[in-house]
Design a protein around this ligand. Sequence first.
Ligand code: BGC
Length: 344
Amino acid sequence: MIVRDVFGTTEKGERVDIFTIKNSSETAVDIITYGATINSIYVADKNGEFADVLCGFDTIEGHEKLSNYQGMTVGRYANRIANGEFEIDGVKYEVVKNEKGITSLHGGGELSHAVWKAIIIDDSSLEMTYTSPDGANGFPGKVDFKVTFTLHEDNALEVKYFAVSDKKTVINMTNHAYFNLAGKGDILNHMLKINADAYTPTDATSIPTGEIRPVEGTAFDFREFKQIGKEIHADDIQLDQCKGYDHNFCLNDGDDAAAIAYDPESGRMMEVFTDLPGVQLYCGNFLDGTRPGKKGEPLIQHCGFCLETQYYPNTPNMPAFPQCTVDAGEKFESTTVFRFSVKK
Ligand code: BGC
């Protein structure tokens, strides 16, 4: 079942709608047209108690003014591009450097802060579309973006990304949900497993150095379940320079879940599946409790963890990374699934 309602009005006077998709187990997902944002996900725990497992905002003002991309669709280029520069076929493009004037982060927030058009496809699927003009934030090509959200009966939220450009360009789309499977407090006690033998270490501006470093023997080894907080502040420059995990993991090939997380207390568990080569683990390191989130509760450090499925950061400048260039007219398509259950 899908119900549509009005969520609010942006500063510019645009109406923002909220859609609730619910399945027969009462699992529910709220999605708003501002930023094609997943606003809330209500999931049962081991006793059948429901909680909202996403940190974020319950007002449009929060999303417009206080957001660190909570739940938002991110693009055109999710994550960072060094110096806001890259080349395609010998042509240099300069894109917005919205992070300290040095790096380009999350495409300058264009997709995340746009009001998307929405169509209800059927009882469980919603489609959102947005067209980005040629040259938006410096990126080449007019791009038609589409994201579909489907809540399946097995409590899997399937997010499909589509894009078609009229010029050769780069595309990297993700969702920036901050999960907290307890629905409260911080996520340092959550258990996490990531199907990655290697990660991409970064410099002080969070740009990959180019090294693909084995996780073996480091705090980045999540190949078996480990408490997120166990080594988050281990003595490693990689963790020091960004206050914890804020890194791309190079996913192993195969059909296994890219990542699995669970909260030992409530038993709520989430598996993440993707066809993309990487996932950014970010644990809300830079949140400091000064911004009010839902119900006015402060968004504290580590209140949520993000598993941003993606191409590796700065791919347009790194020929050795899996590439994300699309030709004019070529269809970009990618799927990520977040499946919720209770840990057995
Ligand atoms: C980045 C973080 C950043 C956060 C919010 C993540 O994808 O890796 O460094 O603070 O997004 O912008």
